[in-house]
Design a protein around this ligand. Sequence first.
Ligand code: GCU
Length: 423
Amino acid sequence: MFLGVTAARSFEPNYDEAKIPQYQLPDTLASSDGASITSSQQWESVGRPATLKLFQDHVYGVSPDPVQQNVTVQGKVVSRKDDALGGRAIRRDIDVTVTHNNASLTMQMLVYTPASSQGPVPTFLGLNFQGNHSVDPDPAIRIPDSWMRNRNNGTTDGNRAIEAGRGVAADRWPIETIVGRGYGLATIYYGDIDPDQDDGFQNGIHGLFADWNASADPQTRWGSIAGWAFGLSRALDFLETDAQVDARNVIVIGHSRLGKTALWAGATDPRFAMVISNDSGCGGAALSRRAFGETVGRINQSFPHWFNDRFQDYNENESALPVDQHQLLALIAPRPLCVASATEDRWADPHGEFLSCVHASPVYRLYGVSGIGLASDSVDMPSPEQPLQYGHISYHLRIGKHDLAEYDWLRYLDFADKHLMKR
Ligand code: GCU
């Protein structure tokens, strides 16, 4: 989905594998002194923190530390319906308030849990694009009052969501299927955390940390992806206190820019038990060095606020990046990870997303589990709708366009059943 940002310069994406520049990926298992990392202990003490820092410094930016900054999180149930979805689910609408230095920000979180569940359930946590009221047409669901990108489908007016948006994203959120399989679903409108615009750190979660932003290095300050991921972690802080959610089994999921966000949330917060990147593309699962479809230069031109300022240094200069996106996936090891692409979504470079999984796999092997393959990491790109779900990394290529479809959810549910429900 391209949401109304017009590029100033013309840009011709490359869609030809033969025209991909020669590139060499940074070695995930090389430590800064050149020695090779050979154990999970070494990865956790040396490789992982160094890799995380490279992503903070060169790509997403550094977020405030919630402990050092005395951040507190409180939840208040605003409404509850015990017979939602024809009696299949309990639906709660919860205000989750993040406080720092007497200032606060409230995210509205919609939580569905199976009506039949006897205790805390593993739960998907994902941000949505169009407001909580877009995931289900029930008129009782609140409409967000935070800033929203204007859309030309009649669901916004003056950068605010309106009634007409009820249920418009229901196809992306098959709630009955999710609760029917024994899982919960928690969702938040991403604009409740940070408005998706270049606002110079004034609003949303960035605005809550004005002093901290002022003292931070302007080159490495947190962008919006880091802000949304920070909000996901604060949502998890609340879910840890919620009796209906099994907080040790929270699965962070996101589509597109919110898939990039889910990956960064999973990389920075090891409490997320499983991570799902749906069609996340450039700045998400796709390898930057392939420069196939959307490139670093192009994404920084269209959406400069998503990343830190230093990321601009790599516009048309991907080979100078000290990291590539397979290392982002490696930061999630050994937790189960799903990466998915769609055949018509060449902008997000499906092959580059798959290759990232392949090159992240050696870190999974350090933990004695396999990544994308079973016996080895050299696996061929699978055919459409032939999911690879052998190891701890799942990859599938759906037939169709850039979207989050029921087909994708069914793969994620299968993978979660395999890795989480049996814990
Ligand atoms: C644009 C952008 C992508 C992004 C997508 C989305 O297409 O170029 O990087 O993933 O929007 O979030 O829908």
